[in-house]
Design a protein around this ligand. Structure first.
Ligand code: ZN
Length: 306
Protein backbone atom coordinates (compact mmCIF):
# COMPACT_ATOMS: atom_id res chain seq x y z
CA UNK A 1 0.00 0.00 0.00
CA UNK A 2 1.53 3.24 -1.16
CA UNK A 3 -0.01 5.93 1.05
CA UNK A 4 0.74 9.60 0.74
CA UNK A 5 0.53 12.06 3.62
CA UNK A 6 0.03 15.77 3.08
CA UNK A 7 -0.34 18.86 5.28
CA UNK A 8 -1.76 22.19 4.12
CA UNK A 9 -0.49 24.93 6.43
CA UNK A 10 -2.88 27.87 6.09
CA UNK A 11 -3.19 31.16 7.96
CA UNK A 12 -6.23 29.99 9.95
CA UNK A 13 -6.36 26.18 9.52
CA UNK A 14 -3.87 23.35 9.24
CA UNK A 15 -5.31 20.40 7.35
CA UNK A 16 -3.88 16.90 7.01
CA UNK A 17 -4.78 14.10 4.62
CA UNK A 18 -3.71 10.52 3.96
CA UNK A 19 -4.36 9.37 0.37
CA UNK A 20 -4.53 5.71 -0.63
CA UNK A 21 -3.15 4.12 -3.82
CA UNK A 22 -6.07 5.39 -5.88
CA UNK A 23 -5.72 8.93 -4.46
CA UNK A 24 -8.82 8.65 -2.29
CA UNK A 25 -8.60 10.27 1.16
CA UNK A 26 -8.46 7.72 3.98
CA UNK A 27 -8.20 10.36 6.71
CA UNK A 28 -8.76 14.12 6.77
CA UNK A 29 -8.26 16.20 9.85
CA UNK A 30 -8.02 19.91 10.71
CA UNK A 31 -6.70 22.02 13.55
CA UNK A 32 -6.56 25.79 14.05
CA UNK A 33 -3.27 27.44 13.14
CA UNK A 34 -3.42 30.06 15.92
CA UNK A 35 -0.58 31.96 14.28
CA UNK A 36 -0.81 34.68 16.95
CA UNK A 37 0.76 32.15 19.35
CA UNK A 38 3.91 32.12 17.25
CA UNK A 39 6.17 29.88 15.25
CA UNK A 40 6.82 27.29 17.97
CA UNK A 41 3.10 26.79 18.44
CA UNK A 42 2.59 26.13 14.70
CA UNK A 43 5.32 23.46 14.78
CA UNK A 44 3.58 21.81 17.75
CA UNK A 45 0.19 21.96 16.06
CA UNK A 46 1.57 20.15 13.01
CA UNK A 47 3.33 17.57 15.18
CA UNK A 48 0.11 16.95 17.11
CA UNK A 49 -1.94 16.67 13.93
CA UNK A 50 0.34 14.01 12.43
CA UNK A 51 0.31 12.04 15.69
CA UNK A 52 -3.47 12.23 15.94
CA UNK A 53 -4.00 11.18 12.30
CA UNK A 54 -1.83 8.13 12.88
CA UNK A 55 -3.55 7.22 16.17
CA UNK A 56 -7.10 7.63 14.90
CA UNK A 57 -6.52 5.72 11.67
CA UNK A 58 -4.15 3.06 12.97
CA UNK A 59 -1.88 3.90 10.02
CA UNK A 60 1.77 4.08 11.09
CA UNK A 61 3.57 7.41 10.78
CA UNK A 62 5.14 7.75 7.32
CA UNK A 63 8.81 8.12 6.47
CA UNK A 64 8.09 11.30 4.52
CA UNK A 65 5.35 13.89 4.31
CA UNK A 66 4.47 16.73 1.95
CA UNK A 67 3.59 20.21 3.17
CA UNK A 68 2.14 23.21 1.39
CA UNK A 69 2.66 26.66 2.85
CA UNK A 70 2.00 30.24 1.79
CA UNK A 71 5.13 32.09 0.69
CA UNK A 72 8.35 30.79 -0.82
CA UNK A 73 10.89 28.52 0.80
CA UNK A 74 14.58 28.78 0.05
CA UNK A 75 17.61 26.58 0.51
CA UNK A 76 18.05 23.12 2.02
CA UNK A 77 16.58 24.30 5.37
CA UNK A 78 13.43 25.63 3.69
CA UNK A 79 13.65 29.19 5.02
CA UNK A 80 10.26 30.88 4.50
CA UNK A 81 9.94 34.22 2.68
CA UNK A 82 6.98 36.39 1.65
CA UNK A 83 4.46 34.43 3.72
CA UNK A 84 1.31 36.17 4.93
CA UNK A 85 1.58 33.95 8.03
CA UNK A 86 4.27 36.40 9.08
CA UNK A 87 5.68 34.46 12.06
CA UNK A 88 7.00 31.88 9.53
CA UNK A 89 9.12 34.43 7.66
CA UNK A 90 12.86 33.94 8.08
CA UNK A 91 12.38 30.61 9.86
CA UNK A 92 13.93 27.31 8.65
CA UNK A 93 10.54 25.58 8.48
CA UNK A 94 11.66 22.47 6.60
CA UNK A 95 14.58 21.76 8.92
CA UNK A 96 12.59 22.45 12.09
CA UNK A 97 9.60 20.37 11.02
CA UNK A 98 11.81 17.45 10.03
CA UNK A 99 13.18 17.54 13.58
CA UNK A 100 9.76 17.83 15.22
CA UNK A 101 8.20 15.10 13.07
CA UNK A 102 11.25 12.86 12.76
CA UNK A 103 10.66 12.37 9.04
CA UNK A 104 11.67 13.74 5.65
CA UNK A 105 9.69 16.69 4.38
CA UNK A 106 8.83 17.87 0.87
CA UNK A 107 7.77 21.52 1.00
CA UNK A 108 6.14 23.72 -1.65
CA UNK A 109 4.19 26.94 -1.77
CA UNK A 110 0.41 26.74 -1.86
CA UNK A 111 0.15 27.88 -5.50
CA UNK A 112 2.36 25.00 -6.63
CA UNK A 113 0.36 22.55 -4.49
CA UNK A 114 -2.87 23.86 -6.04
CA UNK A 115 -1.45 23.51 -9.56
CA UNK A 116 -0.16 19.97 -8.92
CA UNK A 117 -3.42 18.73 -7.40
CA UNK A 118 -5.72 20.28 -9.99
CA UNK A 119 -3.51 19.18 -12.88
CA UNK A 120 -3.11 15.56 -11.76
CA UNK A 121 -6.28 14.81 -9.75
CA UNK A 122 -8.72 17.61 -10.61
CA UNK A 123 -9.67 19.59 -13.70
CA UNK A 124 -6.61 18.49 -15.69
CA UNK A 125 -6.53 14.79 -14.85
CA UNK A 126 -7.65 13.46 -18.27
CA UNK A 127 -5.40 15.76 -20.29
CA UNK A 128 -2.37 15.30 -18.01
CA UNK A 129 -2.48 11.48 -18.29
CA UNK A 130 -0.65 11.85 -21.57
CA UNK A 131 3.13 12.10 -21.21
CA UNK A 132 4.90 15.42 -21.70
CA UNK A 133 1.89 17.64 -20.95
CA UNK A 134 2.16 21.03 -19.25
CA UNK A 135 -0.45 22.69 -17.04
CA UNK A 136 -0.46 26.28 -15.80
CA UNK A 137 -2.40 26.50 -12.52
CA UNK A 138 -3.38 30.02 -11.54
CA UNK A 139 -4.30 31.45 -8.17
CA UNK A 140 -6.35 34.57 -8.85
CA UNK A 141 -7.68 35.98 -5.60
CA UNK A 142 -6.34 38.36 -2.96
CA UNK A 143 -3.00 37.85 -4.68
CA UNK A 144 -2.09 36.59 -8.14
CA UNK A 145 0.23 33.58 -8.38
CA UNK A 146 0.56 30.30 -10.15
CA UNK A 147 2.40 27.07 -10.63
CA UNK A 148 3.64 25.04 -13.57
CA UNK A 149 3.21 21.27 -13.74
CA UNK A 150 5.22 19.48 -16.42
CA UNK A 151 4.87 15.75 -17.00
CA UNK A 152 3.36 15.17 -13.56
CA UNK A 153 5.91 17.25 -11.63
CA UNK A 154 6.10 20.81 -10.35
CA UNK A 155 8.56 22.88 -12.36
CA UNK A 156 10.19 25.10 -9.72
CA UNK A 157 12.80 26.84 -11.86
CA UNK A 158 16.31 28.02 -11.01
CA UNK A 159 15.10 30.64 -8.47
CA UNK A 160 12.01 28.73 -7.33
CA UNK A 161 9.76 31.42 -8.84
CA UNK A 162 8.44 29.59 -11.91
CA UNK A 163 4.80 30.51 -12.54
CA UNK A 164 4.87 33.79 -10.57
CA UNK A 165 3.14 35.77 -13.31
CA UNK A 166 1.44 38.10 -10.79
CA UNK A 167 4.53 40.30 -10.73
CA UNK A 168 5.04 40.57 -14.46
CA UNK A 169 4.53 44.18 -15.54
CA UNK A 170 1.38 45.22 -17.38
CA UNK A 171 2.49 48.02 -19.72
CA UNK A 172 0.67 51.29 -19.01
CA UNK A 173 -0.25 50.36 -15.42
CA UNK A 174 1.38 52.42 -12.65
CA UNK A 175 -0.11 51.38 -9.29
CA UNK A 176 2.49 50.51 -6.64
CA UNK A 177 2.75 46.83 -5.65
CA UNK A 178 3.70 45.42 -2.24
CA UNK A 179 6.70 43.79 -3.96
CA UNK A 180 8.32 47.22 -4.37
CA UNK A 181 7.66 47.66 -8.08
CA UNK A 182 4.65 49.15 -9.82
CA UNK A 183 2.22 48.12 -12.53
CA UNK A 184 2.37 44.41 -11.65
CA UNK A 185 -0.43 42.14 -12.91
CA UNK A 186 -1.50 41.70 -9.28
CA UNK A 187 -2.14 45.46 -8.90
CA UNK A 188 -4.77 45.22 -11.66
CA UNK A 189 -6.56 41.85 -11.54
CA UNK A 190 -6.42 40.77 -7.88
CA UNK A 191 -9.77 40.87 -6.08
CA UNK A 192 -8.85 43.88 -3.90
CA UNK A 193 -7.45 45.77 -6.94
CA UNK A 194 -10.68 45.27 -8.92
CA UNK A 195 -12.86 46.23 -5.96
CA UNK A 196 -10.77 49.41 -5.48
CA UNK A 197 -11.11 50.21 -9.20
CA UNK A 198 -14.90 49.85 -8.97
CA UNK A 199 -14.98 52.09 -5.87
CA UNK A 200 -12.85 54.73 -7.63
CA UNK A 201 -15.30 55.08 -10.52
CA UNK A 202 -18.60 54.45 -8.73
CA UNK A 203 -17.99 55.81 -5.22
CA UNK A 204 -19.31 52.51 -3.81
CA UNK A 205 -17.53 49.53 -2.31
CA UNK A 206 -18.84 46.13 -3.34
CA UNK A 207 -17.36 42.62 -3.22
CA UNK A 208 -16.24 41.41 -6.63
CA UNK A 209 -18.94 38.74 -6.95
CA UNK A 210 -21.61 41.47 -6.57
CA UNK A 211 -19.80 43.65 -9.10
CA UNK A 212 -19.86 40.68 -11.48
CA UNK A 213 -23.57 40.08 -10.84
CA UNK A 214 -24.35 43.77 -11.49
CA UNK A 215 -22.32 44.06 -14.68
CA UNK A 216 -25.40 43.76 -16.91
CA UNK A 217 -27.01 46.94 -15.54
CA UNK A 218 -24.31 48.98 -13.78
CA UNK A 219 -21.87 50.83 -16.05
CA UNK A 220 -19.10 50.98 -13.43
CA UNK A 221 -19.48 47.23 -12.81
CA UNK A 222 -19.31 46.59 -16.56
CA UNK A 223 -16.10 48.64 -16.82
CA UNK A 224 -14.58 46.75 -13.89
CA UNK A 225 -15.34 43.34 -15.43
CA UNK A 226 -14.06 44.56 -18.82
CA UNK A 227 -10.85 45.64 -17.09
CA UNK A 228 -10.54 42.19 -15.51
CA UNK A 229 -11.13 40.35 -18.79
CA UNK A 230 -8.86 42.47 -21.00
CA UNK A 231 -6.03 42.69 -18.44
CA UNK A 232 -6.30 38.98 -17.66
CA UNK A 233 -6.02 38.30 -21.39
CA UNK A 234 -2.94 40.48 -21.81
CA UNK A 235 -1.25 39.00 -18.75
CA UNK A 236 -2.06 35.37 -19.56
CA UNK A 237 -1.03 35.74 -23.22
CA UNK A 238 2.47 36.71 -22.04
CA UNK A 239 2.66 33.41 -20.14
CA UNK A 240 1.21 31.34 -22.99
CA UNK A 241 3.63 32.85 -25.50
CA UNK A 242 6.53 31.50 -23.43
CA UNK A 243 5.20 28.37 -21.71
CA UNK A 244 2.62 27.26 -24.30
CA UNK A 245 0.81 25.01 -21.78
CA UNK A 246 -1.67 22.28 -22.73
CA UNK A 247 -4.23 23.61 -20.28
CA UNK A 248 -4.86 26.46 -17.85
CA UNK A 249 -6.77 26.11 -14.56
CA UNK A 250 -7.97 29.25 -12.74
CA UNK A 251 -8.30 28.95 -8.96
CA UNK A 252 -8.87 31.55 -6.23
CA UNK A 253 -11.87 33.80 -5.56
CA UNK A 254 -11.55 35.83 -8.78
CA UNK A 255 -11.33 32.52 -10.67
CA UNK A 256 -15.03 32.05 -9.84
CA UNK A 257 -16.00 35.02 -12.02
CA UNK A 258 -17.83 33.46 -14.95
CA UNK A 259 -16.69 36.17 -17.40
CA UNK A 260 -13.21 34.56 -17.43
CA UNK A 261 -14.62 31.49 -19.22
CA UNK A 262 -16.47 33.29 -22.02
CA UNK A 263 -15.59 33.65 -25.72
CA UNK A 264 -14.77 37.32 -24.94
CA UNK A 265 -12.12 36.20 -22.44
CA UNK A 266 -10.57 33.84 -25.00
CA UNK A 267 -10.50 36.70 -27.50
CA UNK A 268 -8.75 38.89 -24.93
CA UNK A 269 -6.01 36.26 -24.65
CA UNK A 270 -5.82 35.68 -28.41
CA UNK A 271 -5.39 39.44 -29.00
CA UNK A 272 -1.83 39.12 -27.66
CA UNK A 273 -0.95 35.57 -28.72
CA UNK A 274 1.78 35.05 -31.27
CA UNK A 275 -0.30 32.51 -33.20
CA UNK A 276 -3.62 34.37 -32.65
CA UNK A 277 -5.60 31.27 -31.77
CA UNK A 278 -6.02 29.74 -28.31
CA UNK A 279 -6.63 26.03 -28.85
CA UNK A 280 -6.35 24.77 -25.25
CA UNK A 281 -8.90 24.50 -22.42
CA UNK A 282 -9.13 27.23 -19.77
CA UNK A 283 -10.85 25.51 -16.86
CA UNK A 284 -12.28 26.24 -13.43
CA UNK A 285 -10.84 24.02 -10.67
CA UNK A 286 -12.72 20.91 -9.57
CA UNK A 287 -11.26 19.99 -6.16
CA UNK A 288 -12.54 22.97 -4.17
CA UNK A 289 -10.86 23.46 -0.80
CA UNK A 290 -9.13 20.08 -1.08
CA UNK A 291 -6.59 21.12 -3.74
CA UNK A 292 -3.98 22.47 -1.31
CA UNK A 293 -3.80 19.42 0.93
CA UNK A 294 -4.06 16.92 -1.97
CA UNK A 295 -1.22 18.74 -3.72
CA UNK A 296 0.88 18.54 -0.56
CA UNK A 297 0.28 14.77 -0.42
CA UNK A 298 1.31 14.42 -4.07
CA UNK A 299 4.69 15.99 -3.23
CA UNK A 300 5.55 12.65 -1.62
CA UNK A 301 5.17 10.79 -4.85
CA UNK A 302 8.59 10.30 -6.40
CA UNK A 303 6.83 10.54 -9.78
CA UNK A 304 4.98 13.80 -9.20
CA UNK A 305 6.77 16.37 -7.12
CA UNK A 306 9.67 17.80 -5.20
ZN1 ZN B 1 4.54 43.15 -7.70
Amino acid sequence: MNRRWGIDLGGTKIEGVILDDSMQPLVRQRVDTRQERGYGHILMQIGGLVESMSEKSGIPRPESIGIGTPGRTEGADGVVKNSNTVCLNGMPLKKDLEEVLGMKLAIENDANCFALAEAMLGAGRDEMRHPGRTAFGIILGTGVGGGIVFDGRIHRGAHGIAGEWGHNPLPGEMAPCYCGRSGCVETVISGPALEAFYASISGRRLPLREISAASGRDVAARRTIDRLVTSFGRALAAVVNILDPDLVIIGGGVGNIRHLYTPAARKAIEAHLFNRSLDIPVLPPSLGDSAGVFGAALLNNPDSGA
